[in-house]
Design a protein around this ligand. Structure first.
Ligand SMILES: *[C@@H]1O[C@H](CO)[C@@H](O)[C@H](O)[C@H]1NC(C)=O
Ligand SMILES: *[C@@H]1O[C@H](CO)[C@@H](O)[C@H](O)[C@H]1NC(C)=O
Ligand SMILES: *[C@@H]1O[C@H](CO)[C@@H](O)[C@H](O)[C@H]1NC(C)=O
Ligand SMILES: *[C@@H]1O[C@H](CO)[C@@H](O)[C@H](O)[C@H]1NC(C)=O
Ligand SMILES: *[C@@H]1O[C@H](CO)[C@@H](O)[C@H](O)[C@H]1NC(C)=O
Ligand SMILES: *[C@@H]1O[C@H](CO)[C@@H](O)[C@H](O)[C@H]1NC(C)=O
Length: 207
């Protein structure tokens, strides 16, 4: 039995299923987009603060969606630019700084302020404070995942939208909203159930 496990382990290592020291990424990319679903309580100013960019910079990526910055539509997605870093050699993401306010929980920060671009657990992972004991004046690390592309899929796309799935969506609705083929979107998200109503997918975007 032990011998079998050892052989199996050696096989997994040699075939690349397990890599002991290899890092996933070396560097990030200057630009990624976050798909931010606007709900009551959030406007373009609060979004620009959370995602750490200027209102003008947001407008550049939403020429067809935002017509009036003073009263932007609710219940629409806007694209918000951010830098996609290689974090600890492990994964692509960006760590935003969020000023904690009384009454905030990691869950609320993830679901409301960051529109499900991250999760409670993923925020907790990068903060020393336990979720039940966040000091009032804390600065919280909010990590949002991103993608810089995958040369093994296609070299044509280098800009990616981090897209939190919402209830009621499916692969067809997501691809027609992006005006891309479902095959292309699937190829970047091979294992995702697009109808699951939550979780992130990465959508190639034209620069
Ligand atoms: C926020 O943006 C500024 C200017 O681009 C940059 O210098 C700073 O590092 C950013 N901070 C975070 C937490 O992303
Ligand atoms: C985030 O997810 C929660 C739980 O699924 C949902 O109630 C909420 O409306 C979502 N928020 C946004 C901005 O999509
Ligand atoms: C971000 O990516 C890491 C590494 O792939 C993954 O473990 C984590 O669950 C992701 N976080 C979210 C909120 O999708
Ligand atoms: C945020 O991340 C930085 C860098 O990893 C770490 O030094 C700091 O303690 C973190 N902040 C919190 C509140 O955990
Ligand atoms: C969708 O993409 C096709 C070809 O890629 C293009 O001809 C068409 O104008 C696009 N439609 C929209 C609404 O962007
Ligand atoms: C995908 O998720 C939906 C909603 O949770 C579920 O009804 C469906 O069975 C799932 N599809 C697959 C192939 O797992």
């Amino acid at each position: 039995m032990l011998r079998f496990l050892l052989v199996a382990f050696m096989f997994l290592i040699s075939s690349g299923f397990i890599s002991l020291v290899q890092s996933v990424c070396i560097r990030g990319c200057d630009l990624a987009l976050a798909s931010y679903y606007i709900q009551p309580g959030n406007d373009i100013y609060s979004v620009s603060k959370y995602i750490n960019t200027s209102v003008n910079n947001i407008l550049k990526y939403n020429l067809n969606t935002i017509h009036n910055v003073y009263s932007i539509q609710k219940y629409v997605r806007i694209n918000v630019p951010f830098r996609c870093d290689c974090i600890n050699g492990d994964f692509f993401g960006h760590v935003f700084k969020y000023d904690h306010r009384i009454g905030d929980t990691y869950e609320k920060i993830a679901e409301v302020s960051y529109a499900n671009l991250t999760t409670r657990d993923w925020i907790q992972m990068f903060n020393i404070y336990d979720g039940s004991q966040i000091p009032d004046d804390a600065i919280i690390n909010v990590t949002v995942n991103c993608s810089c592309g995958d040369p093994s899929v296609s070299k044509d796309y280098g800009l990616f939208l981090t897209y939190p799935l919402r209830a009621g969506e499916n692969l067809d609705s997501v691809s027609s909203a992006a005006n891309l083929s479902s095959g292309l979107i699937r190829s970047y998200n091979p294992d995702v159930n697009f109808s699951q109503g939550s979780g992130l997918v990465y959508i190639p975007w034209r620069g």
